[in-house]
Design a protein around this ligand. Structure first.
Ligand SMILES: [Zn+2]
Length: 245
């Protein structure tokens, strides 16, 4: 028996397929991450023209039989194309960072409405904020997404022995391998220094506070985040992060 599935979906990634089709990776609110083939969508007269653009929020319809590597799209309509994001390269790169993160880290077809609504919230904010706050928003959401992936950095005390770290220090030792700040005894050769400001900023981010991260902390996070993702998420590299200037 085939089920007709109608679901909301955010387009994480698109890859041209044959002459006129598109393979899309989608994060849906009902089925988690799925792959869908949109046949003929790149023909100018296709009824699907304008749908399934990167990071747009669409409503899609497809037939689901048993679990398949890829489903075939029946219909799609755009719910929100986030035009304002699309109008500025810096916002486009920012949107792609979170889309690439979910595309590369989420398992296929495991219902995950939390990641879906998290990504929708991110895109709505990215659509609305000032350009100067874009990078801060991306880093905040990317760091929060690490909680969902089960690899949130440990910043409360030493990640190895839970000894409290003195907070009058100006610099903290953050061990990439250990996944958090470490005491003197647990220093290792993957330690990078981060300032007390950055530790404080990380705490606020995980307390779900909206903050504008200062330039110094942004620089420190630029070093920390790629190394952290690579070590804790199966050698993950986010190409779109490199474009976010
Ligand atoms: Zn320790």
């Amino acid at each position: 028996m085939a089920n007709i599935i109608k679901t909301k979906a955010i387009v994480l990634k698109t890859t041209p397929f044959k002459e006129s089709s598109l393979i899309t990776s989608l994060l849906t609110d009902k089925l988690g991450k799925i792959k869908v083939l949109a046949k003929g969508i790149r023909r100018p007269k296709s009824k699907l023209c304008g749908t399934l653009e990167p990071f747009s929020l669409d409503e899609i319809i497809f037939y689901k039989r048993e679990f398949k590597e890829m489903y075939t799209l029946s219909d799609a309509s755009v719910l929100d194309s986030f035009e304002h994001i699309r109008s500025q390269p810096v916002r486009v790169h920012a949107a792609m960072v979170l889309c690439e993160f979910f595309d590369k880290t989420l398992p296929a077809e495991e219902p995950d409405d939390e990641s879906f609504s998290f990504l929708v919230r991110f895109l709505k904010k990215l659509h609305a904020i000032d350009e100067a706050e874009v990078k801060s928003l991306v880093f905040s959401y990317l760091l929060r997404a690490l909680s969902g992936a089960g690899v949130r950095p440990h910043i409360e005390n030493c990640v190895r022995c839970h000894t409290p770290i003195r907070f009058h220090e100006k610099k903290f030792d953050f061990s990439i391998n250990a996944g958090g700040i470490v005491c003197n005894k647990h220093y290792d050769d993957t330690v990078i220094f981060i300032s007390d400001e950055t530790v404080d900023t990380l705490k606020k981010i995980y307390d779900q506070k909206d903050i504008n991260i200062n330039n110094n902390s942004l620089k420190e996070m630029e070093n920390l985040i790629p190394a952290y993702l690579y070590y804790h998420l199966n050698s993950l590299v986010l190409n779109s992060l490199k474009h976010l200037k």
